[in-house]
Write a protein that binds this ligand. Sequence first.
Ligand code: HEM
Length: 550
Amino acid sequence: MAEWTAKYGGVFRIRMLSKWAVIVTDPTLVRAVLQASKTYVPKDGRLYAPIEAASHPRCPNILSSSDAGANGSDGRYWAAVRGAWMKCFTSTNLKRVLPTVVSLCERIIKQQVVAAAASQPTAAAAAAADGNAGAAAAAGPAGWSSVNLCQITDRITLDVIGEVAYGRDVGAVSQKRSRYLELVSGMLAVMHEEMSHPMLRLLRQLRPDKAKAQLAREWNEANAAEVRAAMADPPGEHTIAGQLLQVLDPATGTPLTLNQLKAELVIAALAGFETTSMALSWTLGALACHPAALHKLEQELDSAGLLATAANPQPSPFTWQLLGKLQFLQAVIREGLRLFSPAANGSFRMNIAGDLQLREGLVIPKDTIVGVPFFAFGHNPETYGPDVEAFRPERWLVGRSSSSSSSSRNGFSSSGGSMDGAAYSSMDGGSASLSSIDAQAADTDAIGSSSAANGTAPAAAAAAAAAGGKGSRQQPPNDPWSFSIGPRDCAGQALARIELQVVIAMLVGQLQLQLHPSVGGWQGLLQRRMYHTTLQVEGGLPMLLRPRVP
Ligand code: HEM
């Protein structure tokens, strides 16, 4: 779709099985479709059936349920659970999660220090001397540990989700083998397959795949056990389980049942695990291929006391006060999210209300699918200029003031708003949201929740104009919108943004990173992009790591 976007521009239509789909990547039209307005298109669960299959086939969940009138739903259920999710992500609650993220990073760094030390005098040299070239390559050069970075980011992310969902350490970082990690990864693989091939689910119902059925059973049992434990001994206010246990189903007036809770809580892993982990891996991989950007980041980390150097061998851990303050780090994260948009497929909606006039001469007929694929959005040359394929964090700095995140109160944007005719409860709890987390606002709980900070970043438009491109017409947003925008934007983005900042700052601050030569540099990294519902790294991401200060 990125290629079609480059060829056909910010709006075009494609055929999806029996239906037409209008694909929108023009920022103005994306706003029209996704943000509260008369042209807003609500979600429709029918397009998300594989997610429901992996959560609970007969229970709605926050991600797939309709927010306004589609599928016979009035949106009240979605509004109730969304409200609970957002309460979980207030600054006060997120502050309780930050130490977990920091300590997981410290643990990973320690593991890498040990692994790198074990490769000295060098396992590689010994293996090479024995004529075992394969083992020598896998061990990496002396003093470096050879890793699949995706496995590291997976482990950190799953433990963060375990803490936020249930207040529990699921042990992905501390244990050598984590069954829960295997189950989540397995279920996501099934979900992606079924999203890509809609007939697959039907075929599997006709001819069941025993291994997949067993996986689904185990997944179901593991989640049921977590939910039962949470019901018996409710975890704290900072957990999604803790908040959901207080929700009353608007249809019955009673607390959510075990199945309803399970359907909701599973979404934390299905929506938050691979997306965040991939964002980390892609961004760290991109940094390893761009020494100038890496150097700038190192300088910024050094000035914040986060870089390990001979003079400062034990840098301070990342603190709440630093969130949103490191401008180049923020730019690196934005550029990573733009270029490697983790929820690549983006948001797909169904225009059920009637013919919809998006602008003069552009009408979306009733019953048409409307798709906003965020990977293609991030690769629209009309928006970002001719260098869309380049990793250039600076594009997010031009035109931003030094307190860049202050497009709204202290870095928290609050343009969520209400939606015609539908209860939109994400404002209820107030979440620490969008562009950054800012320490000045950290003590405030009643923070507006969602939606894009809608300032403009003139750099890309100027670049496009200079190149004579059509991009001069566009107003690029000052965030890559990888978390979507509007009432159905990512409920977990405040958490993801914290994890991205802390993990990148701490790993880069304390470890040297190099792409393994087998990847083939930047071009090789780009070729690993595997476009599913999420943007995965095909074959993992082999990297070499070593402590900055041995
Ligand atoms: C870099 C990481 C992440 C990215 C890029 C991302 C992206 C997105 C996007 C694009 C959507 C909208 C999907 C659609 O319209 O169909 C979404 C929704 C959602 N995300 Fe995330 N997400 C991330 C991390 C997380 C995390 C960590 C969690 C929770 C632990 C989470 C929970 C959710 C939920 C619950 C929704 C549905 C919200 C609703 O429909 O009201 N996400 N996310």
